[in-house]
Design a protein around this ligand. Structure first.
Ligand SMILES: *[C@@H]1O[C@H](CO)[C@@H](O)[C@H](O)[C@H]1NC(C)=O
Ligand SMILES: *[C@@H]1O[C@H](CO)[C@@H](O)[C@H](O)[C@H]1NC(C)=O
Length: 127
């Protein structure tokens, strides 16, 4: 349950009842991590990468009963970049963080990510 409901999303491909025994719902949250809107599952299905506000997480989802944090990579604009962003008329807290919108598996060692980065989109390869 990483996503908050959004009316514009298409209907889910799979649905199941809350608290059903064959599809248990496991909740994961991390203090300070918001806008977890980009999700990417590893090919083997054991790791879920999450693009969030100013951060990218990798979660161990190999167990059906618990989700655990493997790694959190902070990726945020510097103070100067944030100031430059708000000087252009953007709202510092709404527009100027780095919202990670794209996550792709690049190869066996690297992940490709794009973020809005203080209204100046950036891309990175993450080891
Ligand atoms: C980030 O999350 C906040 C709180 O849920 C929401 O109001 C805001 O629109 C989100 N921003 C983006 C860029 O998704
Ligand atoms: C994956 O791609 C990155 C970025 O191009 C590169 O630095 C790295 O060596 C590549 N790794 C492998 C295993 O090919």
């Amino acid at each position: 349950s990483l996503l908050s409901s959004t009316d514009s999303l298409p209907p889910p491909r799979v649905s199941f009842l809350l608290y059903s025994t064959d599809r248990p719902l496991v909740h994961f949250s991390l203090p300070g991590v918001q806008n977890t809107s980009t999700l990417l599952l590893s090919d083997d299905g054991s790791t879920l990468y999450v693009g969030a506000k100013d951060a990218i997480l990798s979660l161990d989802v190999s167990r059906s009963d618990v989700i655990s944090l493997k790694k959190k990579v902070d990726w945020r604009p510097t103070e100067k970049e944030t100031e430059d962003c708000s000087r252009k008329g953007m709202d510092q807290t709404v527009d100027c963080p780095n919202f990670v919108h794209v996550l792709q598996l690049l190869n066996s060692s690297h992940l490709y990510a794009c973020g809005s980065y203080a209204f100046n989109p950036q891309q990175v390869f993450i080891d």
